[in-house]
Design a protein around this ligand. Structure first.
Ligand SMILES: Cc1cc2nc3c(=O)[nH]c(=O)nc-3n(C[C@H](O)[C@H](O)[C@H](O)COP(=O)(O)O)c2cc1C
Length: 234
């Protein structure tokens, strides 16, 4: 059973959602899909209070975040969609990224991320889908996700109804191809860049240059201050 989570950086089912949904529908085999919509399912901004550094459960928005992140942690495939808003992801998706910043390598990365695959999808009216994707893809690198596929497309429309049949056919072809490869369920390889970044953060924690004792203890408990690595124990 492939567990798929779809994190939509918008509440509406527009062009970007449809691209993601075509992909998911084309994936063959048993699958369980959970969809989240932002801001519907997480309608907050990070307050910068840093309570999460000591204890993530004390974030004022922990309950909503946890409802999403426990599905993310259990998933095999993460599908992120965001329209390109002013050459960036939507504000609600950026808020989600900020609110989950403790998942980044310098803080408390999660072991479960190191064998996941992700797809980041953005549509733009004209150019610039790539710049929206970049921020999300970089986040996933810092979460430890080893396989990240980016798909950006200029749809020349304000909504899915306005997208030409020719463009829809191209999207369907592209998503078919990607779905075929994802359906094979190969095990992704952790890149040298990820290993390097992670090792740098381990050195930082070891040298007490992390964000505090709770973080260092977390790294210690995982065995990462020694020779354990999240990709080795998989
Ligand atoms: C606030 C806002 C900002 C936008 N900024 C850009 C932009 O910088 N470049 C661009 O090509 N399209 C821009 N667009 C257009 C959308 O990216 C485009 O219509 C997209 O396909 C909408 O996706 P959706 O149907 O999933 O909402 C913007 C739209 C909105 C509402």
């Amino acid at each position: 059973m492939m567990k798929i989570v779809m994190i939509n950086g918008q509440n509406h089912r527009g062009s970007t959602y449809h691209v993601g949904r075509i992909l998911i529908d084309e994936i063959t085999g048993d699958k369980a899909v959970t969809e989240f919509f932002l801001p519907r399912d997480l309608n907050h901004f990070c307050l910068g209070c840093y309570t999460c550094i000591d204890d993530e459960t004390r974030c004022p928005y922990y309950e909503e975040k946890h409802a999403i992140m426990q599905v993310v942690e259990a998933a095999d495939l993460l599908v992120f969609t965001t329209p390109n808003y002013c050459l960036a992801p939507s504000a609600s998706l950026k808020a989600f990224i900020d609110l989950t910043f403790t998942y980044w390598f310098p803080h408390k990365p999660r072991r479960c991320m190191f064998d996941k695959k992700a797809v980041v999808i953005s549509t733009a009216a004209g150019a610039g889908a790539g710049s929206a994707i970049k921020t999300v893809a970089r986040t996933l690198i810092y979460w430890g996700v080893p396989s990240i596929t980016k798909y950006g497309i200029a749809v020349k429309a304000m909504n899915w109804q306005g997208v030409s049949d020719k463009k829809k056919a191209k999207i369907t072809r592209d998503m078919n191809r990607l779905a075929k490869s994802l359906s094979q369920r190969t095990i992704p390889r952790v890149s040298l860049r990820t290993r390097f970044l992670f090792n740098m953060c381990a050195k930082m924690q070891k040298g007490n240059m992390g964000s505090g004792p709770a973080e260092k203890q977390y790294w210690e408990d995982q065995g990462w201050l020694g020779n354990e690595r999240p990709w080795k124990t998989k």
